[in-house]
Ligand binder design. Structure first.
Ligand code: AP5
Length: 223
């Protein structure tokens, strides 16, 4: 079973949704750099104050800041048996830094799951996305609604719309994905780690496809 996983895909592809479900199946934590950065911003830490401006514009936060919070999180004991990275790496420099960090520890990434979703579908997903302001669980008004409108099924706190889910910011985030993050598809394919998964359609069906990759005993499914 693979337990050190990266989710790759454009904003709104469903990385967070699928990562949370896969984490429950594998019993490992999700490390979502977007969530970690939002927590730093909310706590008004020095790092959060530096990151805020980039995030509000939909731009990438500079690599050194992201590496700092990632290293801190990966050093925690709950990551020893594995982890799922959601939203990291996003640049070639981050992917190389990750290899340098994990390789010598014998904890190299075992699979990269790329969620493929047409752009028109992504735009619809942003407009309906709601997240729990306390635990961060992700919902959609139409495709994945909470049991009680406006309230998180898990912790009962209020659901909110993310500040960077505006149409203008979404356009910027998609552009940046194509420029800075898409080259990682080639990077991981060369390493035999890439698995492409159709990220449109039913959430449970997509989860089934991700689990098939994770439980596969060999690398012959690499795309
Ligand atoms: P981040 O929080 O990582 O955002 P993102 O990558 O833009 O991805 P999203 O969270 O928007 O989408 P997702 O793919 O997780 O989709 P979701 O599951 O929510 O980053 C935010 C910002 O932080 C960045 O812009 C940057 O500034 C900074 N940052 C973070 N990491 C960084 C890094 N490594 N380097 C530099 N800067 C960094 O699903 C979307 C919606 O669709 C939901 O409503 C969901 O319910 C719904 N949905 C999901 N799947 C389906 C389905 N199959 N069918 C129907 N609806 C679905």
């Amino acid at each position: 079973m693979r337990r050190r996983i990266v989710f790759l895909g454009p904003p709104g592809a469903g990385k967070g949704t699928q990562a949370q479900m896969l984490a429950e199946f594998l019993g490992v934590p999700v490390i979502a750099t977007g969530d970690l950065l939002r927590a730093e911003v909310a706590a008004d830490t020095p790092l959060g104050r530096q990151a805020r401006e980039f995030m509000e514009q939909g731009a990438l936060v500079p690599d050194p800041l992201v590496m700092e919070i990632l290293k801190r999180r990966l050093a925690q004991p709950d990551c020893e048996q594995g982890f799922i990275l959601d939203g990291f790496p996003r640049t070639l420099a981050q992917a190389q830094a990750l290899e340098e960090l994990l390789g010598p520890q014998g904890r190299a990434i075992e699979a990269v799951l790329e969620l493929e979703v047409p752009e028109a579908v992504l735009v619809e997903r942003f407009s309906g996305r709601r997240v729990c302001r306390h635990c961060g669980h992700v919902y959609h008004l139409h495709t994945h609604p909470p049991r009680c409108a406006g309230t998180c099924d898990r912790c009962g706190d209020a659901l909110i719309q993310r500040a960077d889910d505006t149409p203008a910011t979404v356009r910027t985030r998609l552009q940046i994905y194509h420029q800075a993050t898409e080259p990682l598809i080639h990077f991981y394919r060369e390493r035999g780690l890439l698995h492409r998964i159709d990220g449109s359609g039913d959430i449970d069906r997509i989860q089934h496809a991700t689990r098939e990759v994770v439980v596969a005993q060999d690398d012959t499914q690499g795309a």
